[in-house]
Design a protein around this ligand. Structure first.
Ligand code: GDP
Ligand code: ZN
Length: 314
């Protein structure tokens, strides 16, 4: 039997995975048995994701090809529900940080997207980080206040501008030595940030319509980029919707940090904070101690998960 080598998955296109193995890149397929086992376990839409640690058997005839025979257990996974595929999609495996990239305008700032990503990150074992790019553009006071609020809740918040270079060094430092997955709507400037951290990447920057052209491989799949200076970044394609996966409605509240000081005061335990009498979270919202928009975010996530439970998704 041939011996296996440890490798790390950079990206996959269709059923071919590009892995880094002993400092060289290899194109690998997955052994049918491994794939079958993962399918039976209902593992996901994409059985292998960027950042996955795998064992490969190199092809005896080619140093550039091999076969993935095992996927090692993940220490973290950032997932979402893929509506079209009707399955959980793993955006990134084994990452430490989930960096939510946002912008003050074009596209608009969406705090509810940040709330969702923060829940998905924590539930999957990653630390959420909030980044506001395009700091060279005017930033309305409501957005500044929301960012301050995220900081008060204990999230790391960074602002930067890929255009002016402001804050890029600090962002680089925050990511150094870790594996970070960048998530955000198309157009927030993920590619521009990556280019400004490493011009050699030469990622395509521009409008949604151009970048998502058929045939362009630049940003329509997640990919682990190994950048000089100890940066390991998983770039995801523009994520517009982040429907949560692999979390129960009753677990969502644990990831709303601002609810925690209040939730033990709810009359019913456990409390879903969604209409039960004597709910201390709702009282805190009424007193203005919990941001009303955070509560709205929470309710939307819980209702969406309840709906999907009713539809028998598991
Ligand atoms: P992505 O879809 O998230 O990868 O975003 P891109 O990097 O392709 O950028 C989308 C658009 O925003 C492009 O027109 C960029 O030139 C612009 N952009 C990116 N970063 C900044 C920035 O810091 N400031 C300003 N004003 N525009 C930016
Ligand atoms: Zn409650």
């Amino acid at each position: 039997m041939s011996s296996t080598l440890p490798a790390e998955v950079l990206y996959g296109i269709n059923t071919i995975y590009c892995v880094r193995c002993e400092d060289r890149l290899m194109q690998c397929r997955i052994k049918g048995k491994v794939l079958g086992r993962q399918k039976r376990e209902g593992r996901s839409y994409n059985p292998i994701a960027p950042g996955d640690r795998v064992a490969v058997i190199p092809d005896p005839l080619s140093t550039r090809e091999g076969l993935i025979v095992e996927v090692l257990e993940r220490k973290s996974s950032l997932t979402r529900w893929n509506k079209k595929g009707r399955a959980t999609q793993v955006l990134a495996a084994n990452a430490d940080l989930a960096v939510c990239v946002s912008s003050p305008g074009s596209p608009p700032f969406r705090p509810r997207f940040i709330d969702r990503l923060a829940v998905a990150a924590e539930a999957g074992g990653l630390e959420p980080v909030v980044v506001l790019n395009k700091a060279d553009l005017p930033c309305p006071s409501e957005i500044r206040e929301r960012l301050e609020h995220y900081k008060r809740m204990g999230y790391r918040v960074l602002t930067c501008s890929a255009r002016s270079g402001e804050g890029i060094v600090a962002l680089r430092e925050a990511l150094q030595g870790k594996t970070a997955v960048l998530v955000g709507q198309s157009g927030v400037g993920k590619s521009s940030i990556l280019n400004s951290m490493s011009p050699a990447l030469q990622l395509k920057v521009g409008e949604l319509s151009q970048k998502h052209d058929r045939g362009s491989h630049t940003t329509n799949y997640s990919s682990l980029l190994l950048i000089e200076g100890d940066l390991r970044i998983i770039d995801t394609p523009g994520v517009r919707e982040l429907e949560l996966a692999e979390i129960l409605p009753e677990e969502v509240g644990f990831h709303f940090r601002d609810f925690t000081p209040h939730s033990s005061g709810c009359e019913f335990q456990p409390c879903l904070h969604a209409g039960e009498p004597g709910c201390a979270v709702v009282r805190a919202v009424e007193r203005g101690e919990i941001h009303a928009d955070r509560y709205e975010s929470y309710l939307r996530i819980v209702r969406e998960l309840q709906d999907s439970e009713r539809q028998g998704r598991g």
